[in-house]
Design a protein around this ligand. Structure first.
Ligand SMILES: [Zn+2]
Length: 381
């Protein structure tokens, strides 16, 4: 088996400033199934950077033992632009300082262009149809024009991942339990991965909006399947998931080694790697709808004092935190209880304890869709 490491240059943003993207390849190019991993697209989300190192060690071992059947691509540092953004001594990686916005939004949508190219060319063989669409995808993305550094980065990441069978985008939240985002129609795959990782929540959506990376990889297949239904079978050929590897401070070798081992066992179960993964653990949770996540928002500025801890079960109407105003209001009037509208699991909390009006600070995963949560606007800024 061959392994190679590629270093791609991003456009130089100033004379003497040249960032690069390092990509590790395992297995024969074109071998199937293909898995793709990237870490820290939001740059200042460090747990994935460490998990990627453990993954690389596991893949090196698998390669040494001749156990790589398919192809595995790992981008251990997905956002060198964000990783170089410091302000007043702090790393800030979620938004591009160049004003192109959130690094995990606005990935190109190639659905319509690819559809035009493959229409009338499908057969009754789903495998051949998938290969035809992937070839068209590669061509469309290669022909697209990108100049800005962050746009080139996004197109490069997508070009590495878009023809994969499995895509893992490794993120984290502020303070959080391990959880996944995936498409509603890929519930079984998401549930199996969640069981492997011991995920506390699996959040499923039909249309999150914002074109994040996982959606840009997996979402088009649903459209192609439906739009081409009269011409030939098109399966959902890409399972893509955002894996939230707990909170920003949850960086330790114990968790990272276990997470990487779980991801590698998933690859074994799906035939990317050879070897016995053992029995699949019992799921720690049932999948719930992303539009059932109550996202609590601070109504005013103040200090946030949590009443509930991560992992607590809460009930609709229950106060999760108090917002304490600070300018000398009478005692009693200075505290506002902030309540959830759903029964569910307290899944994430913001790290900040001083909040501003409109700041989202906590997520509670409930079973029932919430009326204020709108398809197409399910992600935060
Ligand atoms: Zn993130």
């Amino acid at each position: 088996m061959s392994t190679c490491t590629t270093v791609l240059k991003l456009p130089a943003t100033a004379p003497g400033v040249q960032r690069t993207l390092t990509i590790h390849h395992y297995g024969q190019p074109g071998a199937r199934p293909k898995a793709y991993f990237q870490a820290a697209l939001h740059a200042d989300e460090i747990p994935g950077l460490l998990v990627a190192q453990h993954l690389l060690h596991g893949l090196e071992r698998a390669q040494h033992e001749g156990r790589i059947i398919g192809e595995v691509v790992v981008v251990p540092v997905a956002n060198p632009i964000g990783l170089s953004q410091h302000l007043n001594g702090r790393l800030l990686g979620r938004f591009d300082f160049e004003s192109t916005g959130n690094f995990n939004r606005d990935f190109p949508n190639l659905t319509a262009t690819v559809l035009e190219q493959v229409r009338g060319r499908l057969t009754l063989d789903p495998t051949a149809n998938v290969a035809l669409i992937r070839t068209a995808l590669r061509g469309v993305l290669a022909a697209s024009n990108a100049v800005r550094e962050s746009t080139v980065l996004k197109r490069t990441l997508l070009s590495l991942a878009m023809d994969a069978d499995f895509v893992f985008d490794l993120h984290c939240d502020g303070e959080a339990l391990l959880h996944l985002y995936a498409a509603q129609e890929q519930r079984d795959e998401a549930t199996a991965l969640g069981a492997e990782l011991g995920a506390a929540a699996i959040l499923l959506e039909e249309e999150p909006g914002g074109s994040p990376f996982d959606q840009a990889c997996a979402g088009p297949w649903r459209h192609w399947r439906d739009a081409l239904a009269g011409e030939g079978p098109v399966p959902l050929a890409c399972f893509a998931t955002t894996v939230e590897l707990r909170g920003q401070a949850d960086v330790n070798d114990g968790c990272a080694a276990l997470d990487a081992a779980a991801l590698l066992r998933f690859l074994q179960r799906r035939g990317v790697l050879a070897g016995d993964p053992g029995p699949l653990p019992e799921p720690a949770c049932e999948a719930t709808p992303l539009d059932g996540v109550d996202v609590l928002t601070a109504p005013a500025a103040g200090v946030l004092v949590y009443r509930k801890a991560l992992g607590d079960r809460v009930s609709a109407g229950e106060a999760v935190a108090d917002l304490v105003s600070l300018l000398g209001e009478p005692i009693g009037a200075s505290r506002t209880p902030l309540r959830t509208v759903t029964d569910g699991l307290l899944l994430t909390r913001a790290i900040e304890r001083l909040v501003r009006p409109g700041q989202k600070f906590c997520k509670i995963a409930g079973q029932e869709p919430l009326s204020y949560r709108q398809a197409g606007q399910l992600l935060e800024d």
